[in-house]
Design a binder for this molecule. Structure first.
Ligand SMILES: [Zn+2]
Length: 313
């Protein structure tokens, strides 16, 4: 027990739908091994995890959840090291679905924020008050939901009741909406990178040999590879800028992106560019050890640096 890091998931309310009959029982991932927890999970068709704490390490629990046949929904408190794509990979649902459910404008998360995570493709609706089911279903049809699928994949005894002859969700209950998702603008990858040689955050600088904050992503790509605007916007800088070498800066609606160490610049200041437009070529100008693109994201409202991975997935 002591050597297990953070513990996850002690008890859960399980809704098992067997041949159209709803049965409720209490389920626990408090198993000595991941294999045992996995075996238990495979017997269930739908699961709502409500509490945290348990004997499995985070890593083991995530593996079980990803492999589970049944739906697992959990409220997660964002930690300092969490980011959307990471949570999505841990739980096994594409990030766009989780982003849709949590209505995240961009994919940035802040520590201690509560997000709903799960392991299947779809959205989770939480009823704020007594809500007529028909209205809720209609709302989600805009996002690709299918009425029949919603009806087939929820335990209605548990979450709804008839009020004045109308089927209504109980306040606070959660409705599973299979396959639905919203569409969000996602950055176009500015270069076809082979690997990320340096991520956002503190690192030992390869040339200066001191610990410094790295403002963006270093994407390794062959010299001369095309560099594209990751989003539409207006070019606010195009030229030489200190350690960046040849650099292009583009201002978008809510953020600004920078592209550094270019060998060639193909745009001018004041020019409007569209997402995917060619803006330059990969190089190694400025403070650089080899051909790569330095890609940086800042928020326009306060100039704060953003982790590029929040926008790239
Ligand atoms: Zn860099």
């Amino acid at each position: 027990m002591q050597n297990r890091k953070k513990l996850l998931i002690l008890s859960a309310a399980v809704t098992a739908i067997v041949g159209g009959l709803a049965a409720r029982n209490v389920f626990s991932l408090n198993s000595p091994t991941a294999a045992e927890a996995g075996n238990q999970l495979q017997k269930e068709t739908a699961l709502l995890l409500t509490e945290t704490g348990g004997t499995l390490s985070d890593k083991e629990a995530h593996k079980v959840i990803r492999a589970a046949q049944c739906l697992i929904v959990k409220s997660h408190t964002v930690g300092g090291n969490d980011w959307l794509e990471k949570l999505a990979q841990e739980y096994g649902a594409p990030a766009l679905y989780i982003r849709s459910t949590n209505n995240l404008e961009d994919s940035s998360l802040r520590p201690s924020q509560q997000v709903i995570v799960y392991n299947k493709k779809g959205m989770v609706h939480t009823a704020k008050s007594v809500e007529p089911v028909d209205q809720v279903v209609k709302f989600y049809e805009k996002f690709g939901a299918k009425k029949e699928k919603i009806f087939a994949s929820n335990n209605w005894d548990e979450i709804a009741e008839i009020q004045d002859g109308v089927l209504c969700l109980k306040p606070g209950s959660r409705l599973w909406i299979p396959e639905a998702r919203k569409s969000f603008p996602i950055f176009f990858r500015p270069v076809a990178w082979s690997r990320i040689s340096s991520r956002f955050g503190f690192r030992r600088h390869p040339i200066l040999k001191t610990k410094r904050f790295h403002d963006g992503f270093d994407m390794v790509a062959p010299f001369g590879s095309p560099v594209y605007a990751s989003e539409s916007g207006v070019v606010t800088f195009a030229g030489v800028s200190g350690g960046y070498g040849n650099m292009v800066e583009i201002r978008h609606k809510s953020i600004t992106t920078r592209y550094g160490h270019l060998s060639k610049i193909s745009v001018e200041v004041g020019q409007s560019v569209k997402k995917k437009n060619l803006i330059g070529r990969v190089g190694s100008t400025g403070l650089s050890t080899g051909p790569h693109l330095h890609f940086e994201v800042r928020r326009n409202s306060d100039g704060q640096l953003q982790n590029p991975r929040k926008y790239l997935f």
